[in-house]
Design a protein around this ligand. Structure first.
Ligand SMILES: Nc1ncnc2c1ncn2[C@@H]1O[C@H](COP(=O)(O)OP(=O)(O)O)[C@@H](O)[C@H]1O
Ligand SMILES: O=P(O)(O)OC[C@H]1O[C@](O)(COP(=O)(O)O)[C@@H](O)[C@@H]1O
Length: 303
């Protein structure tokens, strides 16, 4: 079974304005509220792909209930710890460009944090745990270390999609997959990255540090897949970008879901890119039909 953990879910409030004027009254052209947070997005796309999974993490208040109801409507199994503070609302402003303002997240108290750790102690070696997104500051910067320790004890595999020191520290525990985008990869090493060769050089360092598979996503430029077996590039199909929020999460869902169904790394890579692009070309996350439509358009070549 695949479990996703979202420590800091959100309602993504997507707001479109014609022309943003700071310091002035702006009227919305369109707005949309979606459940968000990286693991929740992964769960929703896994569900589209017909891959059974359970969404876990922390939810709170009216915003938390909104997300739980949405998942229930989509028949996604969930087991969140409820906290007293409200789940955050992240603003995704579309004004020709995409500007994001993400909230800090609720305060999580120690007993609530321990409840999540206890729930995860029931994992077993057949399971995959997907750890995604930022950590609410009240949990402490080492909370992913605690989750990874519980996961390792159970023999389950884990995937981690986060940034900075938390990602760096996780590598030694041999995650099944890490998926930085090329900006996050550069930030991790404190460098600027301009070429595909440089992405491969730094991506390999993640492999050397312990990751079993490394996906580096490059938005409209597709992605690089760096693994012991070789280095591969996949194109992103062309299309009209509607809302790229969640494209990276969709890629993780496509990859992990397809790997769990087929055991084939390159098919997993192809499905990951198709799922990411299908989300970028949709208002909400990708649906199954669109992912299947894009899948044959993804060409993979060995670099
Ligand atoms: N503009 C785009 N055109 C086509 N595909 C896209 C676009 N933006 C994202 N994607 C797809 O989604 C994947 C992940 O997107 P990316 O923006 O790199 O991740 P993240 O959301 O983590 O920053 C890309 O590898 C690509 O397949
Ligand atoms: O936990 P963080 O880093 O604040 O990110 C949360 C945000 O990331 C998202 O999951 C989207 O992530 P991606 O675009 O990287 O796939 C949003 O739904 C959410 O608002």
């Amino acid at each position: 079974m695949i479990y996703t953990v979202t420590l800091n879910p959100s309602i993504d409030y997507i707001v479109e304005v014609e022309d943003l004027r700071l310091g002035d009254l702006n009227r919305m052209k369109r707005d949309l509220k979606l459940p968000g947070g990286k693991g929740i997005n992964v769960s929703r796309v896994l569900n589209q792909l017909g891959v059974q999974n359970k969404a876990m993490g922390f939810l709170g208040g009216f915003t938390g209930r909104y997300i739980e109801d949405w998942l229930h409507e989509e028949s996604i199994s969930s087991d969140f710890v409820f906290v007293s503070d409200d789940t955050r609302i992240n603003i995704k402003l579309k004004h020709g460009e995409e500007t994001e303002i993400n909230g800090v997240g609720p305060v999580i108290h120690d007993p609530e944090a321990n409840t999540l750790l206890q729930k995860l102690a029931a994992l077993n070696a057949e399971d995959v745990l997907i750890l995604s997104g930022s950590v609410p500051p009240s949990l402490g910067a080492d909370f992913y270390d605690k989750l990874i320790a519980v996961c390792k004890q159970s023999g389950a595999e884990f995937v981690i999609d986060t940034t900075g020191a938390a990602l760096q520290k996780a590598l030694a525990y041999q995650p099944l997959l890490v998926k930085p985008n090329h900006h996050e990869l550069a930030e991790l090493f404190g460098v600027t990255i301009d070429t595909r060769e440089e992405i491969i050089t730094y991506g390999r360092k993640l492999l050397d540090a312990g990751a079993k598979n490394v996906l580096v996503s490059m938005a409209g430029e597709g992605a690089l897949f760096i693994t012991e077996q070789g280095v591969y590039h996949a194109n992103a199909p062309s299309g009209k970008v509607k809302n790229s929020v969640g494209a990276g999460d969709s890629m993780i869902a496509g990859f992990v879901g397809t790997l769990s169904l087929t055991g084939d790394l390159l098919e997993a890579f192809r499905a990951g890119v198709a799922s990411g692009s299908a989300t970028a070309f949709s208002d909400d996350l990708a649906d199954r039909e669109f992912i299947e439509q894009l899948r044959p358009l993804i060409q993979i070549s060995e670099v």
